[in-house]
Design a protein around this ligand. Sequence first.
Ligand SMILES: N[C@@H](CCC(=O)N[C@@H](CS)C(=O)NCC(=O)O)C(=O)O
Length: 225
Amino acid sequence: MIKLVGFWLSPFVLRVSWALKLKGVEYEYIEEDIFNKSPLLLELNPVHKKVPVLVHGHNVIVESLVILEYIDETWKQYPLLPQEPCDRANARFWAKFAEEKLLKNSWTAMCSQGEEKKLCLQSALEDLEKIEGELKGKGKYFGGENLGYLDLALGWITYLVPVWEDIGSITILDPVKFPCTTAWMKNFLNHPVIKEDLPPRDETDFYFRTRREEIIALVGSPSKG
Ligand SMILES: N[C@@H](CCC(=O)N[C@@H](CS)C(=O)NCC(=O)O)C(=O)O
């Protein structure tokens, strides 16, 4: 019995469902209301109270990047992490970098105003430049010809950043500055597993527009929220 507790547009949940699908693992998906958390979520993830949660028999695994590693170690078909220890370390490094830097900076650039917006946008561009450098000389994906761990970890860039750019009137994914990232995004979004498992653009747009308005009304700036 495999269950995935998730939230429809969560980048953290999607990377897990993409991994399960790439490996051909059947699972039951349970949608969670993250604004009114269910007793199930609180019981399964009492520490962080967040999705995704993967339930595999008696095992309960939380934290999306930890879940990806659990999936890769449990179902050996279609390996996600590279084979060499150094390449594995590198993939984990960039996944963490993108989460701690680019995700935070691009989100804040979308929600904030004035000097904060300018600084976060500048930082997001610098972050993406580093990721672009990592993609240079690679094949279709970060791991070469097959979609792997780092592609799944960074997949949110392909469907969330364009929405955030629209809503926040910012440009991050400049195809001239970032040709490798642009090509990677295209390959990623065209992959049959990804294409079938992406949140609808209109609803995603509406969700983040509303979130942005709420955050600005509440604290004036997302980094304080
Ligand atoms: N580091 C966590 C982040 C998970 C996360 O932030 N999930 C969000 C949905 S996108 C959530 O459950 N939010 C509920 C909350 O913050 O209370 C992971 O990688 O799994």
